[in-house]
Design a protein around this ligand. Structure first.
Ligand code: AR6
Length: 167
């Protein structure tokens, strides 16, 4: 059910990968930049038709040159200290993304560590929210069988591994 790997999310041959996007859905740096580069310009073309996305919500597109089938774009919260609904918004990113994947008959979904880069969400707290969110929603899913947390760095991988072992 839950898996943690270290690597580049753009290389995964899963049904859906999740993008840590911004409100515009028109690309950016970090994992968003990597996904748009690997998918090619048609991804941006499709994203232009979506009308942006609110924090905590998710929208789906084709994956174009990526080896996965879909990209689910979600907008994580910017960390402003923790009193601006950051936890709730991050939780909603995971729940809404995995539900959308389920609706599109995806069996495998890969997540990056949403909000923990440019948006500065504390890594351990974010990982705990990610795990709580997907474990909570999992029993209500029809199609999703595998959820992969893709950690770009070693530190994230260790945080997830420790939390999974402790839970
Ligand atoms: N595969 C997996 N994880 C990655 C990859 C990759 N190829 N590249 C980076 N990461 P960030 P955010 C990790 O900053 O904090 C963008 O400009 C990275 O190490 O990409 O949600 C958007 O357009 C970190 O752990 O996303 C938004 O404006 C994690 O992905 C803004 O950044 C998330 O870091 C969103 O900020």
């Amino acid at each position: 059910m839950l898996k943690v790997i270290q690597g580049d999310i753009t290389k995964l041959e899963v049904d859906a990968i999740v993008n840590a996007a911004n409100h515009t859905l028109l690309g950016g740096g970090g994992v968003d930049g990597a996904i748009h580069r690997a998918a090619g310009p048609k991804l941006l073309e499709e994203c232009r038709t979506l009308g942006g996305c609110r924090t905590g919500e998710a929208k789906i597109t084709s994956a174009y040159n990526l080896p996965c089938k879909y990209v689910i774009h979600t907008v994580g919260p910017v960390w402003y200290g923790g009193n601006n609904h950051e936890e709730e918004n991050l939780y909603n990113c995971y729940v809404n993304s995995v539900r959308l994947a389920d609706l599109y008959n995806c069996q495998s979904v890969a997540f990056p560590c949403i909000s923990t880069g440019v948006y500065r969400f504390p890594k351990k707290q974010a990982a705990q929210i990610a795990l709580t969110a997907v474990k909570g929603v999992f029993p209500s899913l029809k199609n999703v069988k595998e959820i992969i947390f893709v950690c770009f760095g070693e530190e994230d991988k260790e945080i997830y591994a420790r939390l999974i072992a402790d839970n």
